[in-house]
Design a protein. Sequence first.
Length: 239
Amino acid sequence: MAGHSKWSNIQGRKNAQDAKRGKIFQKLSREIYMAAKSGGPDPSDNPSLRMVLDKAKAANMPNDNVNRAIKKATSAGEGENYDEVIYEGYGPGGVAVLVHTLTDNRNRTATNVRVAFNKNGGSLGETGSVNYMFDRKGYIAIAREGLDVDEDTMLMSILEAGAEDMEVSDEVFEIYTEATAFTEVRDALKEEYELAQAELTMIPQTTIELDEVKQQQLDNLVDALEDDDDVSEVFTSAE
């Protein structure tokens, strides 16, 4: 994971996402609904639901919204059906782009994703064209402000918890885990530290540095994709 910091990217996009808070809550409601419908309403017995609830808490999603989505998923009747579909493509400068969606209309979503790529200097690829360039990892961030822990102590903590790697900056400890170990590591670290971020994510194996013009084009592409109601997450291999 050397040389790749998610934290700066997370912080850099935070203000833009704050402006889209209502849309974020809508997407999270859909994820909560799906997790509760497939695995039950009790997060202690449903790791997928527990993970989405952590995301909702980090986004300051109101409890009423959360409870409404869970109740809807566990009510009698067929309810709504969503498919998880991954789109792969290339952005400006040949950057790999992965788009995770949750949709009740594949044709609509495919069209919207293709238009976003075409209008912003990218192109939609075939299934498998870029997915292999990413690794599924658990990602945990612990802010250093007010935390009286040195790097060696934190490294021992994360290794004992079962994590595999750590990057350190002035602001944050960034911890990476195997996807299968994420829940166990996260729960162990939560007993000792306050977690600023905890999620399963896609980490690019290599990154591409873009010039200012292409970086702006990529930002526009990601913004267009994230504005789509059906898009849940966007990952790129940009530096």
